[in-house]
Design a protein around this ligand. Structure first.
Ligand SMILES: [Zn+2]
Length: 339
């Protein structure tokens, strides 16, 4: 069940717009929830969908989440409601801790994300069929949620467009996206836009804490702005744990000549860590360790600059390992200048 109070705090703008719509009863045919990918998007989409059918709504107009109607929608067991998740069931929510444990033990839980998934024309046709069928049995409002709409194929969008151009009275669509600029303007213009804010650091820490039983790791990831889907992806192997351990060893030795050599022969000698992603995470670990020292002297300010510049430079097309080498040289110089 969604924590409505927290959701309202985190997404005040979206909450207000939707609350007004629910209270006034002026419901659009289509909404587009857009903004940085995060769990709030799907949660608010479901809560809003539930609110359109719930008979026990709160003073803001939102669903009770406990009545039969609300529960059936959360379980997706009602023909009035169609919720299309990317790649099927797995990506709807991040892996739970239990699922993760199982994965580490057996490596057999299905892949976290079907990376080649697209929303296809057949999906939209299936949606139309579902509603044509259920319309015969119910007079209730029909609702659909399409997640990660930016992954729709052009023919899916054209099919949906026809749907949006001839709106049925009792039909409401909720399109979710983290890349509104990739969506056909003709689709966007037919939706009421609902902006979602990126999660703040505290909220992010709480989210990540559900995923990883490791406070320090949660703090490092939240500090660097890794969101839940990104973190789930990173957790597919244990790389981040190995990288953090290497970063910790290195940080203590950063002024010694052997530190960099140790890295190059150690963790970064394994090809898979020498990626942009791996180096970025490594540098974010160092930045976290630096901040934990709570120093305010000049060398620490310089070290911070070096690390931030390094992380920033990773956006450019350069060899991540060479960049790391440069960062390590600069860090070592800072140390020598002090002595
Ligand atoms: Zn309800």
């Amino acid at each position: 069940m969604v924590d409505k109070k927290k959701l309202k705090e985190r997404q005040p703008v979206a909450w207000k717009i939707l609350s007004n719509a629910l209270k006034s009863g002026r419901i659009s045919h289509a909404y587009m929830f857009y903004g940085q990918k995060g769990p709030d998007q799907s949660r608010l989409a479901l809560l809003f969908a539930q609110s359109l059918l719930c008979q026990h709504r709160d003073e803001d107009g939102f669903a009770c989440q406990t009545c039969d109607s609300c529960r059936q929608m959360a379980e997706e067991s009602t023909p009035d409601f169609f919720w299309l998740h990317p790649g099927g069931l797995r990506t709807r929510k991040p892996l739970s801790r239990k699922e993760l444990d199982a994965w580490w033990k057996t490596q057999t839980v299905q892949a976290v994300e079907n990376k080649s998934w697209r929303l296809k024309k057949e999906d939209i046709l299936r949606l139309q069929e579902t509603f044509a069928y259920s319309a015969a049995t119910t007079a209730r409002r029909q609702i659909y949620i399409l997640e990660q709409y930016e992954l729709a194929t052009p023919s899916a969008s054209n099919t949906l467009l026809k749907f949006l151009e001839e709106p049925k009275d009792n039909l409401t669509g909720i399109l979710c996206t983290s890349a509104i600029n990739m969506i056909l303007p003709t689709i966007v213009s037919r939706c009421q836009l609902i902006p979602l804010r990126p999660p703040g650091k505290a909220a992010l820490e709480a989210e990540l804490g559900e995923l990883i039983d490791d406070e320090e790791m949660v703090a490092i990831l939240a500090r660097a702005g890794y969101d839940v889907p990104k973190t789930s992806e990173l957790l597919e192997d244990q790389a981040i744990f190995e990288l953090r351990a290497a970063a910790k060893d290195y940080w203590g030795l950063r002024q010694s000549h052997g530190a960099l050599v140790g890295l190059e022969l150690g963790v970064f000698a394994k090809g898979k860590f020498g990626t942009r992603e791996g180096v970025a995470f490594f540098l974010n670990c160092l930045l976290y360790f630096l901040e934990q020292e709570k120093r305010t002297d000049l060398p620490s300010i310089r070290e911070r600059e070096i690390l931030l510049e390094g992380i920033d430079a990773l956006r450019m097309p350069l060899d991540p390992l060479l960049l790391m080498e440069r960062v390590a040289c600069d860090l070592r110089k800072v140390g020598r200048a002090v002595r």
